[in-house]
Design a protein around this ligand. Structure first.
Ligand code: GDP
Length: 333
């Protein structure tokens, strides 16, 4: 593992790919190796800007990430893109992966693009993405983009692992705008109305104005100190902008916004607070998931759980009592 770690730190892309594969493996021995690797690399992580990008299929995410990534590389950065494909875990089908995406960016020496593997629970995919992000940081990528389709559960998971959350919208209005779930706008640090070109330009500007107003209502200027881990604070006021990923317009301004955001959350101390909160929340999530899995797999529990569920469903056993009995059966989980 030490050798692999030093290869990753030296920027060896094949080593990074191998390490991500190790993290994605569900084998116990691989998981142990992966965790040892992560522990060794931890001091080398944390030095990137972590950007989450979400938006409905077709909004222009891959076109944007390609243009944005190439621009950021021009500014002497290295860009890693990790894509979460929520459809893949359920149906085996893919929203993200069917077409060639980001062809130019993927060939660039200073870019690393990795789609999330298909299969597994969303929690598993999110964990691997988060760990992939840490590995990419250790490999020297100082801008890490986590992409997800804004139609599933994964966008809140992504918001919880990045510094800055960017929501892409189409220049439509009302319902047609939103393949996006409720609550996502609240999570956004930056809203990008894409396709602000040609006939859609004027409409894109109107949509931006509408969302600017919505964001001001959602995030009134600060009057009290920020809460740990909260969205508020950090002297950053979420805002809406337009861009044309196709024409490359607005890309430089968005990178400027990312830098302003980063400066604001660093200067105010919000960034380390947010990341610390995310790490602790991640630990608890791991604990909850692991305990629950062990509980469900406990032989005595597994033998009884069906009958208990039936009894609860039919009203012959109170839910709390059933829960207590099952927990009692498991003893020490
Ligand atoms: P994704 O599904 O969100 O990754 O969307 P894509 O990047 O694949 O883009 C979907 C379609 O929208 C493609 O045909 C793109 O060429 C087009 N598109 C993307 N960005 C723009 C833009 O800024 N302006 C216009 N007019 N079309 C765009």
């Amino acid at each position: 593992m030490s050798q692999l770690a030093s290869q990753i730190v030296s920027g060896d892309r094949a080593a990074l790919a191998r390490a991500i594969t190790l993290i994605e493996s569900t084998r116990d021995d691989h998981q142990r190796e992966a965790q040892a690797l992560l522990t060794e690399l931890l001091p080398k992580t944390g030095h990137s800007v972590r950007i989450g990008i979400t938006g409905a299929p077709g909004v222009g995410k891959s076109t944007f990430i390609e243009a944005f990534g190439l621009y950021v590389i021009e500014q002497s950065h290295k860009v890693a893109v990790l894509a979460i494909d929520p459809s893949s875990s359920k149906t085996g089908g893919s929203i993200l992966g069917d077409k060639t995406r980001m062809a130019k960016l993927s060939q660039h020496d200073h870019a690393y693009i990795r789609p999330s593997p298909t299969g597994g629970s969303l929690g598993g995919v999110a964990r691997r993405t988060r760990e992939g992000m840490l590995l990419a940081e250790a490999a020297g990528y100082d801008v890490v983009i986590v992409e997800t389709v804004g139609v599933g559960q994964s966008e809140t998971e992504v918001a919880d692992m990045v510094d800055m959350f960017l929501l892409m919208l189409l220049p439509g209005s009302g319902d047609e705008l939103q393949g996006i779930k409720k609550g996502i706008v609240e999570l956004a640090d930056l809203i990008v109305v894409n396709k602000a070109d040609g006939d859609l330009k004027a409409q894109a500007k109107r949509v931006r104005t509408d969302y600017s107003a919505a964001l001001r209502m959602l995030h009134p200027p600060l009057t009290s100190p920020p809460q740990a881990g909260g969205k508020e604070g950090g002297n950053w006021q979420p805002k809406a902008v337009t861009c044309s990923a196709l024409l490359g317009e607005g890309i430089a301004d968005i990178w400027q916004s990312v830098q302003e955001f980063t400066k604001a959350v660093k200067d105010s101390g919000e960034l380390p607070r947010r990341r610390a909160h995310q790490s602790v929340a991640w630990m608890w999530k791991e604990i909850r998931e692991t305990l629950l899995t062990r509980f469900e797999q406990h032989p005595k529990v597994a033998a009884q759980i069906g009958a208990m569920e039936k009894a609860v469903a039919s009203g012959t056993l109170a839910p709390t009592e059933a829960a207590m009995e099952l927990i009692g059966l498991a003893g020490k989980v």
